[in-house]
Design a protein around this ligand. Sequence first.
Ligand code: C2E
Ligand code: MG
Ligand code: MG
Length: 558
Amino acid sequence: MDDNAFFRRTVLIVDDEPINREILGTMIGGDYEILYAGDGAEAMRMIGDYGMTLSLILLDLLMPVMDGYQVLQKLGEDETLKHIPVIVLTSEKSAEVRSLAMGAVDFIPKPYDMPEIIMARVRRIIQLAENAAIIKSMENDELTGLYSGKFFFEYANRIEQYDAGRAMDAIAINISNFHLINDLYGRATGDEVLRSLADNLMTEFGSGIGVVCRETADHFFLYVGHRDDHAQVLERIITRMRRTEGIKNLHIRMGVYPNVDHDVPMEARFVRARHACNAICGNLVQNMAVYDEEMHRKEIFSQRLIEDFEDALSQGQFVVHYQPKYSILGEKPELVGAEALVRWQHPEFGLLAPGAFVPLLETYSLISKLDRYVWNKAAGHMREWKDRWGSCLPISVNVSRIDMHDADFKDSLLAIVRDNGITPQDCVLEITESAYAGYAAHLVEIVTELRQQGFRVEMDDFGSGYSSLNMLAELPLDGIKMDMRLISSITTSDKARQVVKLVIGMAKLLELPIIAEGVEDKAQYDLLKHLDCDVIQGFYFAKPMPPEELVKLLHKGE
Ligand code: C2E
Ligand code: MG
Ligand code: MG
């Protein structure tokens, strides 16, 4: 039987002789769900009810009310139902030819004396019909032999039709850092890991009701009968695969949307499962997450923010705050710049920090719109300050990794600078470390051009996990900002202190200024000063503030 759709298929037996129905039903009932009809009319009603969830019809020809030929004719006239395979049950040789001509795919001679042959025919015909459907959709996955997404949803919907109220789980599975497996062990091993995961999923889930697919790359979907032991199952799979594939730090994540709400559309059930799976992205301790109320609330909240975004932009709900940066090289800390940080003054939710919406806008590819807005605002403030004092503090703006894919990125930046009458030399671009990870060559090219135009470029969030120290030497940069998480534990963890020391040493070697952000107390400040850090940004000196307050601060400085 087909390997990937492991729900019990349904066969309709149509015969007016109760004893014939019973014999056939007993023969194949071990492997299939059986429905019975006593004549053609009753059969047509049932076919109307069950539709394409029927895998096969076994059809007697001579019956009262409506005979088998009439059933064949009616099915042949229906664009959908004609795809349900029909085997005719007959004792007459002559009837075979006629029924085959009318669309039957095979026949079983009466009396039924060879159960194995009957079983083999039933199985083969169902498989042929399903294979034909698969080939038709051209959607199965060559690498793993699993269904691909499109066919998966078709099957999942069939399960839904056939057994509407059944408790089901929607599951999304993903291999953490799969690209690293490809990079470290080669593509062949990567493929082998994917195949092995597919096999393991079939071993664990293949005996129950359900269907599995490889949706894309290293993402798998499962739609299976509800159970409570997913965590243990996953544990078993990981343990087995670490052994068979010889990859000790193989991590697999699972997001489960359990006991699906049958009013939620099938695709949306998997959005939820994936949501749960993404919630533990980057968390190598927790393998499994369950979609819960909390995630549901977050999902609704996110949806709301996306809906509100365009209006918010046109109504000026986004405001820019500034956090001062201080050089600590001299005797006294000296204000040397400020970072523009966006906030959303939402009419209903109040002042939202960027953590609540920046990653979301990145997912929906809307961040570039917001970034342009912020750069423009910041450039406007800089113009104002220049008008007032003749010069202005260098202002840093954040650049999302998504901006890097925007073909107009450089031109819009230059246009904003020009239109506001400031110069690239007034601006620092903070590009987050993760942007450098996957697109290095392309990024180096853009950054080189921007620096030629006069912008200063700093790598933001350095040490958050994507880059290596030796990569720093090859990148065109004007400064490195250490990630807040590195700084937060320097006074408590020896290891963190060593890392920060190493990073500062490396920056000195490359003659790049090094900036520490998230400095919250005197102990951290003293230590960083001692380690020769150049610039500090953090609550210890100042929190992000509205532009008017920055102006006051500048004034005081004067
Ligand atoms: P980031 O660029 O690394 O900005 C520094 C973040 O650290 C800011 O958070 C700042 O308020 C916070 N911070 C500074 N000092 C301290 C401290 O001493 N303690 C603690 N606990 N936090 C401190 P914020 O404003 O919430 O921004 C978060 C992130 O959102 C930023 O991280 C940046 O990646 C992103 N972001 C902010 N504005 C924009 C923007 O206009 N465009 C884009 N693409 N991203 C932005
Ligand atoms: Mg930043
Ligand atoms: Mg940062």
